[in-house]
Ligand binder design. Sequence first.
Ligand code: SF4
Length: 443
Amino acid sequence: MPGRYHIITYGCQMNVRDSETLAGLLESMGYRPADRPEDADVVLVNTCTVRESADERAYGRLGELRRLKQRNPGLVLGVAGCLVQKDREEVLRKVPHADLVFGVHNLHRLPELLRQVHEGCQRVYEVWDRRPKDEPLPALPAVRRGRVRAYVNVIHGCNKFCTFCIVPFVRGRERSVPPEQVVAEVRELAAQGFSEVTLLGQNVDSYGHDLRPRTDLADLLRQVHEVEGIRRIRFTTSHPRDMTEKLVRTVAELPKVCEHIHLPVQSGDDEVLRRMHRAYTVADYLRTVDLIRRFLPEASLTTDLIVGFPGETEEQFENTLRLVEQVGFDACNTAAYSPREGTKAATFPDQVDEQTKQRRLWALNQLAERVAYARNRALVGTVQEVLVEEVGRGGLLGRTRTNKVVTFHGPPGLVGQLVRVRIREAGSWVLRGEALREAVLAG
Ligand code: SF4
């Protein structure tokens, strides 16, 4: 039965990582990858629902795939991910041509669900509300893209319930992966030749509070740091409420852990933060920034920001602009607030009109770009350690320890190597440089 598969992924790094697991499960069944859905026997769409536009994109793509299914009735079309978890019956109604619909807690069941499809079940549907509490998180096979950097899930779900966010409803409560399981996965990646791992979690700084014996991210970083062959370690996403001095000191102390902290602030106004249920004030956030700058003066700091949250006044929005300027973020992921059904903020009566949201988003993006450019310009003339990831259009492409993208000319054989690069030009998003002679750093 096995043939070829193609996976279409929307959304965040967690979803990218889930798609790697889906690929791993399919390959363990004997399927091989296809570059295009047209060449595949199984097409899976792994959806995201963090914003309304993500829903629309997934439904749009699934609509297009109906034609492919008409041309090739033997094709198995599956829909997975957060949109399924949220919409359930609506997905069944809107995508009647899907053979298989399964939720985020059912990924590991893919082989069994596909078997049911092949045995002639009309439509296979399985969406668990949550994974059974006493069932351990299974170590599943995964197929990674490339051979340089890989994501490793260390904690699933979120307990925070920010009023704008759908994640706790679709991904469930926090569940940490036991440290020995994380370390085993990292060892396996090192054996496969990966140089860099990113420890992933919606709230990665909460890692370990639910494990017995209790542990934390700082201790996990120490264990991962021991794995031979791994040269760089990152982690994301941090929450300002959970970032501790112990964690920051640990990052500063361990040479393999890179100096980049992604610390979503969401707004620069205390009242908006309160209504978002973020559980910190702007002053708290700035104290954490000071802590990071004290122990990691070279670190880059990136963030997420939402404009047009319900009730956000012009003055409150300007407080966000002020904060961006004051902190000097290296990059900002920005978004206009998008109400998500089922979340508290979607019921707030004082929704901001679309035009105002878009105007604020434009102004914020202008400022964020200017601030990022200033940060990058300061690097011109410096020598950075770059891990080369791939051959891009403008030459080799890699990242600094601070997660800045650098392009430079060099032979393809440098992919996977740490190279010393002098930065010659800066843009807001990309740096250009040239490799130094004797550029390759020993492993
Ligand atoms: S911390 Fe807030 S924004 Fe982040 S995943 Fe949890 S609920 Fe969503």
